[in-house]
Write a protein that binds this ligand. Structure first.
Ligand SMILES: Cc1ncc(COP(=O)(O)O)c(C=O)c1O
Length: 427
């Protein structure tokens, strides 16, 4: 049966989408996925950091079913409905600071487009500063600020003009040869250099940053860097946009990664974990900031879908009822310790990093250089033995672990044991 589906896929679905495996899935339950030929896989991908509560959490399923029986779609353009306004109200309680107004859309890339548009609309300034290594999506605006892989951009130029990319604070491979203890934040200084040579701050609408780099390698920036960046933005009257598409909804152990730095950005982009697997995204800002975005200045047919919003409400309820953040931090620190232990034993692991359950290891060769091939072999071994993992990083040499935030210790240990065997097999 699997082969029939694969053939049909090849016949009718575009080859442009990367496919990490050739598996054909039939159902998901908690941390497990099941293929059409009856095999069970432990899923440490979670729909690419989406399924914070695992697959098909009963409360999410019930809420979506109940909503689908009443109203599936009518468009927020035609009129409003309870699930969307209730979700916005609940969301406002958990977003940082006064970020209490939302423009709903469907995917991360749309949230980024919306944020860029809002920033230009508010400031009437043309330029943006974004990061080498950043991933913000595949639509034309989002790909213009994305710089995690040149291959994503090949043959799509010209991009949005007036985007300037600066280095992300990637301390493990510091571009300036620095060490954390003696770091003088040369990477932050790049922005001042930019202001000297390429653009004046008066032309820059916003700095767009992932508070933990996602596709670019699960890199956690130093607090000093983030604080310095916040100050620089304030000093020059430049907006600060956090792309929390991957880091949001508890993934890093806080509801939003901004909290790790005690920063309230002007705008945040949300998607992925927002509705437990249903498509939903948002641009978030304060009412004071977003409240004068004039009617018709932005739009969407599907954004804020009633079923997605009902699932989002259920997600927030489960977060409260089941202490999801506490669980995420417990499991995350346990898992990170185990990975650090494995690093001491297996030199192919050059670095262990991440926050909460947004964890990764960087795979290196004997000279400490990125080793994408060994990384692929480890992932292939794990898949063969029933554990699904995915890569990240510009050098395609990092393995990221995106378990459900409520994963049990037993399931976590099952995954760790397969991963340990994979390390043995390549060492
Ligand atoms: C930080 C970040 N922003 C934006 C996106 C784009 O989201 P989507 O694939 O839903 O368009 C992603 C996707 O991985 C992401 O990680």
């Amino acid at each position: 049966m699997n082969n029939d589906f694969l053939e049909l896929y090849r016949e009718h679905l575009s080859p442009a989408l990367t496919r990490a495996t050739q598996l054909v899935f039939e159902k998901g339950e908690g941390p497990y996925l099941y293929t059409t030929d009856g095999k069970r896989y432990l899923d440490f991908v979670s729909g690419i950091a989406v399924n914070q509560l695992g697959h098909c959490h009963p409360k999410v399923v019930a809420a979506a079913k109940e909503q689908a029986e009443k109203l599936i779609h009518c468009s927020l353009i035609l009129g409003s409905y309870p699930s969307a306004v209730r979700y916005a109200k609940e969301l406002a309680k958990v977003t940082p600071g006064e970020l209490n107004m939302f423009f709903f859309s469907n995917a991360g890339t749309e949230a980024v487009e919306g944020a860029l548009k809002l920033a230009r609309w508010k400031t009437r300034k043309p330029c943006f500063i974004a990061y080498q290594g950043a991933f913000h999506g595949r639509t034309m605006g989002a790909i213009s600020v994305t710089a995690s892989s040149a291959s994503f951009r090949a043959r799509y130029a010209p991009f949005l003009p007036t985007i300037y990319h600066v280095p992300y604070p990637y301390c493990y491979r510091c571009l300036y040869g620095g060490q954390p203890e003696t770091c003088s934040l040369d990477c932050l200084e790049e922005i001042n250099r930019l202001f000297k040579y390429q653009t004046t701050p008066a032309d820059v609408a916003a700095v767009l940053i992932e508070p933990v780099l996602g596709e670019g390698g699960y890199i956690v920036p130093p607090v000093r860097y983030m604080k310095g960046l916040e100050q620089l933005c304030r000093d020059h009257d430049i907006l600060l946009i956090f792309d929390e598409v991957q880091t949001g909804f508890g993934r890093t152990g806080k509801m939003f990664a901004a909290e790790h730095f005690n920063i309230v950005p002007d705008i945040i982009c949300l998607a992925k974990g927002m509705a437990s697997g249903f498509p939903l995204a948002a641009v978030a800002a304060s009412k004071e900031f977003m409240g004068d975005w004039t009617e018709g200045a932005h739009g969407t047919t599907f954004g804020g879908n009633p079923v997605s919003c009902a699932a989002g409400l259920a997600l927030l309820e489960v977060f409260r009822e089941e202490n999801i953040l506490v669980k995420c931090n417990e499991r995350g620190s346990y898992f990170k310790k185990v990975l650090q232990g494995l690093k001491n034993k297996y030199p192919v692991i050059g670095d262990v990093r991440g926050l909460g359950l947004m964890l990764a290891v960087e795979i290196v060769d004997s000279k400490g250089q990125p080793d994408g091939e060994t990384c692929s072999r480890i992932i292939a071994y794990c898949a063969e033995h029933g554990l699904l993992l995915m890569k990240c990083g510009t050098f395609k040499n990092c393995i990221r672990f995106m378990t459900p935030l409520n994963i049990s210790r037993a399931a976590l240990d099952e995954g760790i044991s397969i991963f340990r065997d994979a390390l043995k097999s390549v060492s």
